[in-house]
Ligand binder design. Structure first.
Ligand SMILES: *[C@@H]1O[C@H](CO)[C@@H](O)[C@H](O)[C@H]1NC(C)=O
Ligand SMILES: *[C@@H]1O[C@H](CO)[C@@H](O)[C@H](O)[C@H]1NC(C)=O
Ligand SMILES: *[C@@H]1O[C@H](CO)[C@@H](O)[C@H](O)[C@H]1NC(C)=O
Ligand SMILES: *[C@@H]1O[C@H](CO)[C@@H](O)[C@H](O)[C@H]1NC(C)=O
Length: 495
C-alpha cells in the first residue's frame, strides 16, 4: 500500500475499529467463515480444492457490510458438493501483512479464489450479497464449461445480456478441446463458457458448423463472432478484444454495468460523451460518435456514451454541469482531460480529429476564482493556482484539503492563527485548496490523503510539510524555509 501518514489517519481508523469489535461481540453462535492467520493459512488452503479468502481490515466499512452476507453464504455453502470453504484474513494485522502482499492486496475487501490447494489464484468478481455470492461460487466451483445438449440448454446457458463463449467440436477430445477447457478455466470468473457437439442447438445455429470453432456471443455490435485459432494466446486475445463493445453504454440498466467496469479497467485513453438519451437528436449523436469510435478504437482510445440521468457521479468527478450537455470529455491516465461542451452531431468527428492532432487545450476542473479573497487564509482554486502559488513571488503554505475530512477541519483554525500572525508580512501567504472541487497538478503535489500541506518558497523550492499540527511548529517551518523578499529579488535578477 502507498505510504500513509500514520499520525494523520490513525485516529479515524481507531474509532471504526472499536465499532467493529462491538459488532463482533454481539454476533454469536457457530461461525462458518474460517479465520485464518499466517500460521494456519497454507495448512487450510493446501488441504482444499476450492477456498475463498477475504482479506479485510477491521476499520473498513465495505468489509463490515460484507461480513454478515459472507457469513450467511458460508453457512449455505457449507453443505455444497463439492465443498466450498469461505475464509477471512485480517490483513491489517501486522503478522498477516506479508500474506496480504503476497496476494497483491491493495484495497479492502479483496476476495480471492484459491483452487487446487492454492496453485491457481483468481479474483472474486461476483456480487456482495449472500444469495449472489452463493450462486457465483456454486458456478465457480463446478466445471468451467457446461455442455449444451439441446436448444433448451442453449437458451438456459446463453444469457442474452452477457458475453458467452461456446466451443463447437466434432468430438470432446484433442488439442483444440483441451485448449478451450484451459481457456475456460483461466477466464471463468469473467465469462460464461459452454461447449457442444451440435451447433444447431445454438441461437441462429447452423448444422453446417461442425467446428472446432469458438463462437463468442455478445449483447452488442455484431452479436456473435467466430474464431478458429486454438492457440492459447490467440484465444485469450480474441476473447478480450471481442468482448468489449465499440461504444460502451452507461445508463441505469445494470446489465450494462459489467462492460462499464471493463471500460474503466482498460488502460486506454477514455473518450466519453454524456447527454440526455431521450433528446431528439440522441440517435444521430450516438451514430456519429460510433463512427469516430470505429475510426479510432485501434489507436488506444476506448469510447463510452453516458445517459445524463445516470451520470451525476461522473459530472461531480469531472466538475461538469448539466447545461453543458451534450458534451465529450476525454481522460488520459495521467489525469489530463479535454472537454467539448454543447456538442452537435456534426462537431464530433471534427473535434476528435483536432484532439488527435494535439490542437485541443487540456481542461481543468476549477471552482470560480473568488471575487473577494480577503480572509487571512487565501482561497486557491485550479484557475488561480499559478497566480497565487507559482507566480506571486511569495512564500506560500498551501493546505490541500477535502471538505468532509475531519482532520482538515481541526487544522483550519490553526492555519487561521498562523495566517493571522503573518498578516503584516506581505511575503508570506497561507492558502487552502479544496481538492475535491479543483484539479491539482499531480506531478508537483503528491496527495495521498487529506490534509496534505505543501510549501513553496519565493524562489521556487517546493517541500511537503510533514510536521505536527501545532501553530508554533508550522511557523518554525515557514521561518526555516522561506526566502526573504530581498533574497528573492536577487534570485530574480539572476534569471
Ligand atoms: C488459525 O489460527 C488463528 C490464530 O491462532 C485461530 O484464531 C483460527 O481459529 C485458526 N483457524 C483455523 C481454521 O484453524
Ligand atoms: C492470529 O490472528 C490473531 C487475530 O488477528 C492475532 O491476534 C494472533 O496474534 C495471530 N497469531 C499468529 C500466530 O499469527
Ligand atoms: C431528459 O429529457 C427529458 C425530456 O426530453 C426530460 O423529461 C428529463 O428530465 C431529462 N433528464 C435529465 C436527467 O435532465
Ligand atoms: C472581506 O470583504 C467583504 C466584502 O467586501 C467584507 O464584508 C468583509 O468584512 C471582508 N472581510 C475581511 C476579513 O476583511
Amino acid at each position: 500500500m502507498a505510504h500513509h501518514n500514520n499520525i494523520r489517519v490513525s485516529i479515524c481508523f481507531l474509532f471504526a475499529s472499536s465499532l467493529l469489535s462491538l459488532f463482533a461481540q454481539i454476533s454469536s453462535g457457530k461461525e462458518f467463515v474460517l479465520t485464518l492467520n499466517r500460521s494456519n493459512f497454507s495448512d487450510i488452503v493446501t488441504k482444499h480444492n476450492f477456498v475463498v479468502v477475504e482479506f479485510y481490515a477491521p476499520w473498513c466499512g465495505h468489509c463490515m457490510k460484507l461480513a454478515p452476507e459472507y457469513e450467511k453464504a458460508a453457512s449455505i455453502l457449507s453443505s455444497n458438493d463439492p465443498p466450498v470453504i469461505l475464509a477471512k484474513v485480517d490483513a491489517n494485522e501486522e503478522k498477516n501483512r506479508e500474506l496480504a502482499s503476497q496476494f497483491q492486496v491493495q484495497g479492502f475487501p479483496t476476495i480471492k479464489i484459491l483452487r487446487n490447494g492454492g496453485k491457481v489464484v483468481q479474483d472474486y468478481k461476483g456480487p456482495r450479497e449472500a444469495d449472489g455470492i452463493v450462486d457465483y461460487l456454486k458456478k465457480q466451483s463446478g466445471p468451467a464449461t457446461t455442455e449444451i445438449k439441446s436448444a433448451d440448454d442453449a437458451s438456459a446457458l446463453i444469457d442474452k445480456n452477457k458475453v458467452v463463449i461456446v466451443g463447437v467440436f466434432p468430438k470432446f477430445s484433442g488439442e483444440e478441446y483441451e485448449n478451450f477447457n484451459a481457456l475456460a478455466d483461466k477466464l471463468r470468473s469473467e465469462y460464461d463458457f459452454s461447449h457442444t457437439l451440435n451447433a444447431k442447438h445454438l441461437p441462429r445455429g447452423e448444422s453446417s458448423v461442425t467446428g472446432p470453432v469458438v463462437r463468442l456471443f455478445k449483447p452488442f455490435d455484431e452479436l456473435f463472432v467466430d474464431f478458429y485459432d486454438f492457440n492459447m494466446e490467440a484465444l485469450s486475445k480474441f476473447v478480450e478484444e471481442s468482448s468489449v463493445p465499440i461504444v460502451t453504454v452507461f445508463n441505469n440498466d445494470p446489465s450494462n454495468h459489467p462492460f462499464v467496469v471493463k471500460f474503466f479497467d482498460n488502460p486506454n485513453v477514455k473518450a466519453m460523451m454524456f447527454f440526455n438519451f431521450t433528446v431528439d437528436n440522441a440517435d444521430s449523436l450516438k451514430s456519429k460518435f460510433r463512427e469516430s469510435a470505429e475510426q479510432y478504437r485501434q489507436q488506444g482510445i476506448s469510447f463510452l456514451v453516458g445517459d445524463l440521468e445516470a451520470s451525476q457521479g461522473a459530472f461531480q468527478y469531472f466538475g461538469l454541469k448539466e447545461n453543458q450537455v451534450p458534451l465529450i470529455v476525454i481522460q488520459h491516465n495521467d489525469g489530463k482531460k479535454f472537454l467539448k461542451t454543447n456538442v452537435e452531431p456534426d462537431h464530433i468527428a471534427t473535434w476528435l480529429k483536432a484532439y488527435k492532432d494535439g490542437s485541443v487545450e487540456p481542461f481543468k476542473k476549477s471552482e470560480p476564482i473568488p471575487e473577494v479573497n480577503n480572509e487571512s487564509v487565501k482561497v486557491v482554486v485550479a484557475d488561480n493556482l499559478q497566480d497565487i502559488v507559482f507566480n506571486s513571488g511569495k512564500n506560500v503554505l498551501l493546505e490541500i484539503y477535502a471538505p468532509w475530512c475531519s482532520h482538515c477541519k481541526k487544522l483550519a483554525p490553526i492555519l487561521e492563527e498562523v495566517a493571522v500572525s503573518y498578516q503584516s508580512n506581505p511575503d508570506v501567504i497561507i492558502a487552502k485548496l479544496d481538492a475535491t472541487a479543483n484539479d491539482i497538478p499531480r506531478d508537483t503535489f503528491d496527495v495521498q490523503g487529506y490534509p496534505t500541506v505543501y510549501f513553496r518558497s519565493a524562489s521556487g523550492q517546493i517541500s511537503q510539510y510533514d510536521g505536527s499540527r501545532k501553530k508554533e511548529d508550522i511557523i518554525d517551518f515557514i521561518e526555516k524555509n522561506r526566502d526573504k523578499v530581498d533574497q528573492q529579488e536577487s534570485v530574480k535578477d539572476e534569471l
